[in-house]
Design a protein around this ligand. Structure first.
Ligand code: BV8
Length: 240
């Protein structure tokens, strides 16, 4: 695969951050085991019990400073340097792709680093120590400061940047998915769109996801081991 001649789109899920120590959602010991989705990741949960939801996200926001990118993140930032065009979409809300050196990351499910004003809908980066306390935080955009919510796409809410995402997939040559169980739509359906757009589809995942039949090429195992090897092979092939 001569990656220096290819438009590459990558979609990552919680599995790429697993080796950094961030819990996935649906694996054993995953986030949803203790906190069923409907309790902490829906607008209804936020209306019903904002303190519980706020506590769930504040603990994940605080954890960001305790984790580092892993070799899988760095392999993608290396791939970005060699590909003709590289576009990274992540379902993850952590900042590990940015911290591994990738400048433009499209977070289709939002970001832990950002909080969103409930009144104006404006998002602001709020990661100072005082922003991470257990009390609710308030905006700087309204005359009377309004409560901030996590800038996260909850179930039943529309994912972000979907027009840009579909446009990029429509013209890509290769669509790679790393570390996703294929449970959540529309993210899990993007591989179908990539195939309709005649892209080669490649999966790197620990176990077989729900949508594995959609992939032309599959690599099962940990992304931190597989991805660096694959990217180096692709770079070598490009220089031949
Ligand atoms: C939408 C933010 C429409 C939260 C997340 C009823 C009403 C409305 C919608 C629906 C409905 N019924 C169904 C839907 C659609 C729904 C959906 O898909 N539900 C599923 C559960 C059936 N989707 C939505 O609601 C979406 N919105 O449809 O809007 C709309 C349209 C217009 C206008 C208005 C509305 C919104 C979905 C987004 C939800 N938010 N995250 C948070 O993060 O706190 S989803 C959540 O799951 C995470 O973002 C996560 O990224 C995502 C997917 O999970 P994965 O990333 O795949 O993680 P998972 O743990 O599942 O799997 C990890 C994988 O990694 C495993 O396969 C494992 O084997 C692998 N792995 C582990 N370790 C490694 C590894 N691989 C490699 N190496 C390793 N080391």
């Amino acid at each position: 695969m001569k990656i220096n001649q290819l438009n590459i789109v990558v979609l990552t899920g919680a599995g790429i951050s697993a080796e950094s120590g961030l819990r996935t959602f649906r694996d054993n010991g995953g986030l949803w085991e203790e906190h069923p989705v409907e309790e902490v990741a829906t607008p209804q949960a936020w209306q019903r019990n904002p303190s519980m939801v706020w506590g769930f996200y504040q603990s994940r926001r605080r954890q960001l400073s305790e984790v580092e990118p892993n070799p899988a993140h760095f392999a993608l930032s290396k791939l970005a340097e060699y590909a003709k065009d590289f576009f990274l979409i992540t379902q993850n809300v952590d900042d590990l792709h940015e911290r591994s050196g990738i400048m433009d990351v499209v977070h289709m499910h939002g970001q832990l680093r950002m909080l969103r004003c409930e009144l104006s809908g404006k998002s602001e980066e709020r990661m100072e120590p005082s922003d991470l306390e257990s009390d609710f935080q308030f905006c700087t955009c309204c005359e009377t400061a309004s409560r901030l919510r996590p800038d996260i796409v909850w179930f039943g809410e529309q994912p972000m940047n979907m027009v840009e995402i579909y446009n990029k997939i429509e013209t890509c040559d290769v669509f790679i998915v790393v570390g996703s169980s294929g449970h959540v739509y529309p993210a899990a359906g993007l591989v179908n769109f990539a195939k309709q757009s005649n892209a080669q589809t490649i999966l790197i995942n620990l176990e077989e996801p729900l949508n594995s039949f959609m992939f032309d090429e599959t690599h099962f195992g940990s992304a931190g081991k597989i991805l660096p090897k694959l990217v180096n092979e692709w770079i070598e092939q490009s220089s031949l």
